[in-house]
Design a protein around this ligand. Structure first.
Ligand code: PHE
Length: 520
């Protein structure tokens, strides 16, 4: 799949020192907020055991095959996502690739804001967050103010400028880890990834040894087929799986492009997927154990489970409240940091490959809009004192953008990749390329998975979600918020995301020359 010049071009792009380095980096990308914050709240929302079947279908029928495809794109071409697609299917692939990368940039912005909040909560946990009765400056959910309340603490916190400092800190750390490309990424994941496994195991042991801790496990593991007929559960499972495995945002292709051509991508996909989903279930067990022991009710937004409910549980521990509280948020921060690094690398590598610019220039080009975006989500309450109900402007912005980018971008990208690779490039050529260096061989069934089964499933969920979104009472998502002067937000945010992504995609694909010609 490559010509001589691409090998020369890719020689100084960077390369993993070892297979272990790559596996640590790719699993560090996969394991993140998705595994801790979003999985538990999705699994709860969709009914624990009812989430099971859609989840495993999403893993085996969609997740692993799409990961094999995204990894193979990287090793077949030695390029990051948009340019890899350009090599294989031409400009139509590249334009789709840039659309995906634009969404990745939007998602990175709020992903890093959430990490900033987690970092602030970590410092809070070292201090009085879990031990002192919190006094909130206002009462968004009208939650208790008597005992230590993480909710009150959180809303008090985001009303100040402090999280903005935390957001800048996370961005700086991310860029430092990316400074020298694969070598600095590898050094960081060698420390952080094993550390997060150790911390998670400490937390699960603590959860299970609490009186009654095993009830939560039963809730999570007792299969229940109720959810199977509900499109929302499938939608939730597919979006969760894409996000959790870092698929549909070009990340895995960028990471795989630093591997030698003869890497066994089938083996790598299985390994990374199982590490990720194993971690996810361990995190789920630790969290559900706590929910059941302390009879906590995680209703509310996606973030509320990890930011309000878990701390509430930890505050009730017999001993080690500060220690476990700090540990929990530190875990969220390092797990998220290794994912944020991969998100930014996906974008930076793409513009390096396209524009042939230096890494420093590329990182600056991501950092400037990235930091502005992340700070917008961290804007304190004082900017919008009139907002009621669901909190601050930043949190509302984040929730609305997350709705569109998270629910559509990743699945749409997966759908388009299957169409382009399956039908234009040829699913069989992809299969041959993956089989060439693999001990385990994919049969012809794989072709039909890529050409038909996965696109039909993803297409069904996409169309179903869109119909639901456009026909629901009360207007577009977010219209029900009490937004006062900001009532244009629910319309403007999806427009900015969609039109902005298309404009960037068209400009970079057709407005900027490409160094190498496609070889497909
Ligand atoms: N997989 C990461 C998580 O679970 C998020 C992510 C998605 C990272 C896509 C990179 C690309 O938190």
């Amino acid at each position: 799949m490559s010509n001589g010049s691409s090998q020369v071009a890719s020689a100084d792009r960077g390369a993993w020192k070892s297979k272990l380095g790559f596996i640590l980096a790719a699993s560090g990308s996969a394991i993140g907020l998705g595994n801790i914050v979003f999985f538990a709240s999705n699994a709860y929302q969709y009914g624990g055991g009812a989430f099971y079947l859609p989840y495993f279908v999403a893993l085996f029928v969609i997740g692993i095959p799409v990961m094999i495809m995204e990894f193979s794109l990287g090793t077949m071409t030695g390029q990051s996502f948009p340019m890899a697609l350009n090599r294989l299917v031409g400009k139509k692939g590249e334009v789709m690739g840039w659309f995906t990368m634009a969404s990745a940039l939007f998602i990175t912005m709020y992903y890093i804001t959430i990490l900033g909040w987690a970092l602030s909560m970590m410092f809070g946990a070292m201090g009085g967050l879990l031990t002192d009765p919190a006094v909130a400056p206002f009462t968004p959910f009208e939650t208790p103010s008597g005992g230590p309340s993480a909710t009150a603490y959180f809303f008090g916190l985001i009303a100040t400028w402090k999280p903005m400092l935390a957001v800048v800190t996370i961005w700086v750390l991310t860029v430092l880890i990316l400074w020298r490309g694969t070598s600095t990424i590898e050094a960081a994941v060698r420390v952080f990834v094993p550390l997060m496994w150790v911390f998670m195991i400490v937390l699960i042991v603590r959860g299970l040894t609490l009186d009654g801790g095993t009830d939560g496990v039963l809730y999570l593991f007792t299969p229940n087929l109720d959810g199977v007929s509900d499109i929302n559960v499938w939608q939730g499972a597919f979006a969760q799986m894409f996000f959790s495995l870092s698929l549909g945002l070009g990340t895995m292709t960028a990471y795989a492009s630093y591997l030698p051509k003869d890497a066994d991508q089938i083996n790598n996909s299985l390994l990374v997927s199982f590490l990720n989903c194993g971690f996810e279930y361990i995190a789920g067990v630790a969290i559900f154990a706590m929910l059941f022991v302390f009879a906590l009710n995680p209703a509310g937004s996606t973030l509320s489970l990890s930011f309000f409910v878990i701390p509430q549980g930890i505050a009730a521990f017999p001993v080690g409240v500060k220690l476990f509280g700090t540990l929990f948020f530190f875990l969220v921060v390092i797990a998220g940091l290794t994912s944020a690094v991969s998100l930014v690398e996906g974008f930076a590598a793409s513009i390096i490959d396209k524009l042939q610019i230096s890494r420093t220039t590329a990182l600056t080009m991501v950092l400037v809009p990235g930091i502005v975006g992340s700070l917008a989500f961290a804007l304190p309450q004082i900017i919008d004192p009139g907002l009621s109900g669901n909190g601050t402007l930043g949190l509302t912005l984040l929730d609305i953008l997350d709705h569109w980018a998270f629910r559509y971008a990743l699945i749409f990208s997966g759908f388009m990749q299957c169409i382009l690779i399956g039908w234009v490039f040829g699913a069989d050529r992809l299969r041959q390329a993956a089989n060439k260096y693999s001990k385990f061989h994919l049969g012809p069934w794989f072709n039909w998975l890529i050409k038909l089964v996965i696109p039909i499933m993803l297409g069904y969920v996409l169309v179903g979600t869109l119909i639901e979104d456009l026909t629901q009472d009360g207007g577009l998502y977010g219209s029900l918020y009490d937004l006062n002067a900001f009532e244009w937000l629910p319309t403007v945010i999806p427009l900015v995301w969609f039109v902005g992504s298309i404009a960037l995609a068209v400009y970079l694909t057709f407005g900027r020359p490409t160094e190498q010609a496609p070889v497909a």
